[in-house]
Design a protein around this ligand. Sequence first.
Ligand SMILES: Cc1cc2nc3c(=O)[nH]c(=O)nc-3n(C[C@H](O)[C@H](O)[C@H](O)COP(=O)(O)OP(=O)(O)OC[C@H]3O[C@@H](n4cnc5c(N)ncnc54)[C@H](O)[C@@H]3O)c2cc1C
Length: 173
Amino acid sequence: MKHEYLIGDENMDQKNWNYNADVIIVGSGAAGYSAAITARSNGLEVLMIEKASLIGGTTGRSGGGFWIPNNRLQEEEGIVDSKDDAVRYMARLSFPQLYNPDDAHLGLPDREFELLSTYYDMGSKAIDFMEEQGALNIVPQFNWIGTLQVDYMDHLFENKDIRSYFLSPPEPL
Ligand SMILES: Cc1cc2nc3c(=O)[nH]c(=O)nc-3n(C[C@H](O)[C@H](O)[C@H](O)COP(=O)(O)OP(=O)(O)OC[C@H]3O[C@@H](n4cnc5c(N)ncnc54)[C@H](O)[C@@H]3O)c2cc1C
């Protein structure tokens, strides 16, 4: 993969530069890089534009932990993370004012319910894809007492299993 960085050039706006790309991505955080890596994996030329003098955005400052239901590491540990439990947990936390455990869509509008449902179905696949691309490695997140990290709301009935995992620093591409 070709990388060309033009960073920290204060005279950039006075330069007459000209690039061609199939996809232009504005911002170099997790969202931008996810889009860029996906586009490159499909053979497209990518131009990523970043306004800051450093790449990485807020993502570069973050703790790097991310929550993926029904992920590969859980599967390897024999943890069954059912869709019903995971979606209920997400619905209760994300939409507490709407949450209705007895409703077929848990009290959520169709789009919101589908979003959570899709997150369960596709989140793990997306992480697997990023690993296959060599963009990241996933390892379990441990907390400060040395046990596997659980969710912030681990006491809720809907939270049946450990789901949190840390993103380790990616290998340079
Ligand atoms: C201290 C801290 C810890 C966190 N820890 C976690 C965590 O452990 N887990 C978690 O899931 N989330 C965490 N978060 C939240 C998480 O970091 C953000 O939700 C996530 O990084 C957002 O990613 P993004 O790609 O959408 O945006 P960003 O990473 O902010 O990327 C946006 C990029 O776009 C650039 N940009 C904006 N406008 C333009 C423009 N006009 N032209 C060119 N470039 C532009 C910005 O400079 C920036 O680089 C944390 C946040 C903070 C502050």
